[in-house]
Design a protein around this ligand. Structure first.
Ligand code: NAD
Length: 491
């Protein structure tokens, strides 16, 4: 791919409703995370605009044949959509890169293809997964019929704008629903392109809509709308909790919530390859500058392996190159906003003031331009009550705790609030399996950390990390409701 000139990347700032761009007053300013430069305005959909989008989606759901057509035909449109997304990489990837923290190499190599392939994955369910015939008396027929909900309200975060949005919308659409998506106001534009391509692929206008705006006005109006039958959300635990309450108050709407985390990485001295493990640990906290829900932010290491592991991690951090997302060699992207870089620094400095030692990092990074960058950081001599160990930082900050036996490792790994993911590194398969069973986390990785391209493996948290799953069969099923039918045909 040719070099990207960020000023040459243009975006359309509008809502996308009923298959058309709808202009609206530009009320917010959107900045490029890499250099802090404002590059577009953004409308904030009022409750009236949200109502227009939801009513349009409802009408498309009822009058188009999206939900009624043969499921294979729905799948064909979704596959065509995925093909168009891949063919559009030269437009979509720079748009994603300039407007978010995703380096161009990752946007091209992962975000765009992963989005497309995820849509294909869910398309395959459309005609292969329905209801059941139940075992009943021979003169009755008992069935469960799987039906779409209607209009699903989807709300996405900013850290992987395309991929996170696709995890919400692809299973909902494959199951025959209509969707109104609100992307994050910090990274709002790539979702519009997805919607435009969906219509080009043959999706009926109004089935997939995008509304722009903030959480307090637009997001809140969307989840409270009476014609939204289900809400699927990815974002912070705090917002997830507010959304769950709003859904309870406005119709007992079911929710899928993918929320925050504070995931432990437990490393034993017998980890298969300690040097490789060190690189894995470093990658799991520095990837996307730590702005990853499953960031492995708490390192819990057996005492005898601690020094070697830490020097491997520090070396891996040293090899990272901070830079603008559009530079080809950037491996440490910016923090989403300069104010968030300052917030991260505040947590680090307060934890140091409370007695922690800084093993590396601990400073804002100067990169040409005005963006916020942060040095990958390790804090040692910490305990569970300290801010950096307790709270999700959403930056490249790793805490280090040392253990002597398995029970101590398990106790340290447990977090009172979060249970999103965990890593265990050991050559002892029995110990690995005991940890898999005992760790309270929605995903446990053994001798690796991070997702593979296996969409069939769901992701989602325990405890305050969320409710329900993205990806996998579970995400598809969560976008259907099951109707029970009992037919009597005795003579
Ligand atoms: P956020 O909660 O601030 O915002 C997420 C979205 O919710 C945005 O679109 C925002 O506009 C909207 N929103 C805010 N208030 C709202 C309200 N009252 N009603 C409706 N919508 C509202 O989160 P963020 O800063 O965008 O993302 C970072 C967070 O997301 C982190 O906590 C991270 O762990 C989490 N996350 C979780 C997963 C997962 O799969 N578990 C994946 C990615 C990110």
């Amino acid at each position: 791919m040719e070099r990207i000139h960020p000023d040459a990347v243009s975006v359309r700032s509008a809502h996308y409703i009923g298959g058309a761009y709808i202009d609206d007053e530009l009320a917010l300013e959107v900045r490029r995370p890499s250099d802090g430069k404002p590059y577009a305005g953004l409308p904030v959909a009022s409750p009236e605009m949200v109502d227009r989008a939801v009513q349009d989606a409802w009408s498309a759901f009822r009058t188009s044949d999206w939900a009624r057509r043969a499921p294979r035909e729905r799948a064909r449109v979704l596959r065509r959509w995925a093909d168009l997304i891949e063919l559009d990489a030269a437009v979509l990837a720079p748009m994603e890169t300039v407007g978010s923290t995703r380096p161009i190499r990752d946007a091209l190599g992962w975000d765009v293809p992963f989005t497309a392939e995820g849509i294909r994955f869910f398309a395959e369910f459309a005609d292969k997964h329905g209801g059941d015939v139940a075992a009943t008396r021979s003169d009755t027929l008992g069935m469960t019929i799987a039906e779409p909900y209607g209009v699903i309200g989807a709300i996405a975060p900013w850290n992987f704008p395309l991929v996170m949005a696709s995890w919400k919308i692809a299973p909902a659409l494959a199951a025959g629903n209509a969707v109104v998506l609100k992307p994050s106001e910090l990274t709002p534009f790539s979702a519009l392109r997805l919607a435009e391509l969906a219509v080009q692929a043959g999706m009926p206008p109004g089935i997939f809509n995008v509304i722009q705006g903030d959480g307090a006005v637009t997001g809140d109006a969307l989840v409270r709308h009476p014609k939204i039958s289900k809400v699927t959300f990815t974002g912070s635990t705090r917002t997830g909790s507010a959304i769950m309450a709003a859904c309870a108050q406005t119709g007992i709407k079911p929710v899928t919530l993918e929320l925050g985390g504070k995931s432990p990485q437990v490393v034993f001295a017998d980890a298969p390859d300690l040097d490789r493990t060190a690189r894995t640990i470093a990658g799991a906290i520095s990837g996307n500058a730590g702005q990853v829900c499953v960031a492995g932010s708490r390192l819990i290491v057996q005492r005898s392996a601690a020094d070697r592991l830490v020097s491997g991690i520090v070396a891996a951090f040293g090899a990272l190159k901070a830079g603008h997302t559009w530079e080809d060699d950037t491996t440490l992207p910016p923090i989403i906003r300069p104010s968030d870089a300052l917030r991260i620094d505040g947590v680090v400095q307060r934890t140091v003031a409370a007695g922690a030692s800084l093993l590396c990092g601990g400073r804002l990074l100067a990169v040409a331009g005005a963006g916020g960058y942060y040095q990958p950081t390790i804090l040692a001599d910490v305990h569970a009550g300290m801010e950096a160990v307790r709270d999700e930082i959403f930056g490249p900050v790793l805490t280090l705790q040392v253990f002597d036996d398995d029970d101590e490792a398990l106790a340290l790994a447990d977090h009172p609030a979060y249970g999103l993911a965990a890593g265990v590194h050991t050559a002892d398969i029995g110990r690995a399996l005991r940890f898999v069973r005992k760790l309270e986390a929605g995903t446990v990785w053994v001798n690796r950390y991070g997702r593979s391209a296996d969409y069939v493996i769901p992701t989602g948290g325990f405890k305050r990390s969320g409710v329900g799953k993205d990806l996998g069969r579970q995400a598809y099923e969560a976008n259907l409701r099951f109707k029970s039918v009992l037919i009597d045909f005795a003579e």
